[in-house]
Design a protein around this ligand. Structure first.
Ligand code: 5AD
Ligand code: SF4
Length: 445
């Protein structure tokens, strides 16, 4: 008899997290249950990310780790999905003789059928065809089973921007937006089931609906979500500065449920490099957006992504990025050393900068940002913040945790029944990845 336990590892972005949730549901539908140890599983799946070489190497490393399990148990099914699977396709089956199944980013819905085929017929298979627009629109992941107070809701998929360094348009396909009525229906349903916070996700949510004149704009969608009873907080990610409309900026001043945090990747502070990256905005335009955002919402916190060492980045370009970090004072940055990706246009640009120079720039940038981040987080100490409680904390007994509007984790002592409620919490200490708080004493007690 088949071992109907599966082990799933997820790499990369929220898109993959949502796809993995879907995988769990789909496999549940054919009698599989999830386990947290690979050696207990009859099916092992890796949901992979191809955005940087480090993530790719990690996925291959993990795949290699499972080979001895397969040697010991030939019945074990090993599968790889996500962006590496999409990019490499059949090649993976040739390279890894112990791999049974490869499924691409548009084929998650076919997983039950593919797993059954491998299990019953003892064949190896690969399915990485892109789907047409209409079929994709039928297949947007939606998940209304409530097991949390906060959930991701996919509003669009794919990307048409073709930033010159980025593999996403090739592995996730063209951009499509999900009909707003369907999104709103899903969120209403989630609210009825107790969800209090939704994060609208997509590769580039700001271009939501732009291809369809009859569709709402992204700001229009946010306004409708803001009106749904029961939903108390809204977040969204990821934004592209090129498509950030004035109407969307205004939402940070007018929508009371919209959290005061925006992740707005800039990638680099030099116009020359921004142009080479095909980003479609200038440093000046980015700074103008930041000004407008801070005018409508003075305590908004911004986070960003930066790529260091893009081909042709000279010291003066890097200096511009450093100056921009000092000027904007992001609460946090996610920084990466440029990683050439097969098939992207930047992969063909000659890159003269030695790896040590890139690493030195990266380290300097991290040092500067750590100082800025620390100052931002320390300013939280002594304030009272509204925290949406998510449940018991890993910090120990009696501790619960939630997030502030700025998306920082706050741990504090309190009753588990507060889960799902927004409560004021006094911040007493700031750590690198979280805050420690306490419930303020009740007045008159
Ligand atoms: N090299 C380094 N970083 C990259 N990113 C995307 N592609 C690359 C690449 N080839 C970064 C960008 C993006 C984030 C998700 O990953 O900063 O915003
Ligand atoms: Fe990649 Fe640019 Fe699209 Fe973001 S906007 S997914 S960086 S191509």
């Amino acid at each position: 008899m088949n071992n109907k336990a599966f082990y799933l590892e997820t790499f990369g972005c929220q898109m993959n997290v949502v796809d993995s949730e879907r995988i769990v549901d789909l496999l549940g539908g054919i009698g599989y249950r999830q386990v947290d140890k690979p050696d207990q599983a009859g099916l092992i799946l890796l949901n992979t990310c191809a955005v940087r070489d480090k993530a790719v190497r990690k996925a291959y490393g993990h795949l290699g780790r499972f080979k001895p399990l397969k040697d010991r148990n030939p019945e074990l099914i090993l599968g790889m999905g996500g962006c590496i699977a999409q990019q490499e396709g059949k090649q993976l089956l040739e390279e890894f003789p112990y791999l049974d199944l490869v499924f691409g980013t548009h084929n998650v819905h076919r997983l039950p059928e593919l797993v059954q085929k491998v299990a019953d017929k003892h064949v190896r298979c690969e399915e990485t065809d892109f789907l047409d627009r209409d079929t994709r629109l039928q297949l947007f992941p939606s998940r209304t089973g409530q097991d949390a107070y906060t959930r991701f809701v996919t509003v669009m998929q794919g990307c048409d921007n073709f930033c010159s360094y980025c593999v996403v348009p090739y592995v996730r396909g063209r951009e499509i937006s999900r009909p707003s009525e369907e999104i709103l229906e899903e969120i209403r349903e989630l609210a009825l089931q107790g969800v209090r916070e939704v994060t609208l996700i997509g590769q580039n949510v700001n271009s939501y609906g732009l291809k369809d004149e009859a569709e709402l704009s992204f700001a229009g969608l946010l306004k409708q979500v803001n009106a749904i009873n029961g939903i108390e907080r809204i977040r969204f990610t990821t934004s592209h500065p090129k498509d950030l409309s004035d109407e969307l900026i205004d939402c940070f001043g007018s929508l009371e449920k919209l959290c005061k945090h925006l992740h707005l990747p800039i990638q680099c502070g030099s116009d020359k490099i921004l142009r080479a990256m095909n980003r479609g905005y200038t440093r000046e335009r980015y700074l103008e957006i930041v000004d407008c955002l801070r005018r409508v919402c003075p305590d908004i916190r911004l986070t960003t992504d930066i790529i260091v060492g893009f081909p042709g980045e000279h010291d003066e370009d890097f200096t511009e990025t450093m100056a921009l970090l000092e000027e904007v004072r992001f609460a946090e940055i996610y920084s990466f050393i440029y990683s050439p990706r097969k098939g992207t246009t930047a992969a063909d640009i000659e890159d003269e900068t030695p790896a040590e120079v890139k690493q030195a720039r990266f380290d300097r940038m991290l040092e500067l940002q750590q100082m800025i981040s620390r100052q931002t987080w320390e300013a939280d100490v002594g304030t009272i913040q509204e925290v949406l409680v998510e449940g018991e904390s890993r910090m120990g007994e009696g501790q619960i945790f939630g997030r502030s509007t700025w998306n920082r984790i706050v741990n504090f002592t309190g009753p588990a029944e507060l889960a799902g409620h927004i409560v004021p919490v006094k911040i007493v200490k700031s750590y690198r990845n979280s805050l420690l708080g306490e419930l303020p004493e009740k007045r008159g007690s």
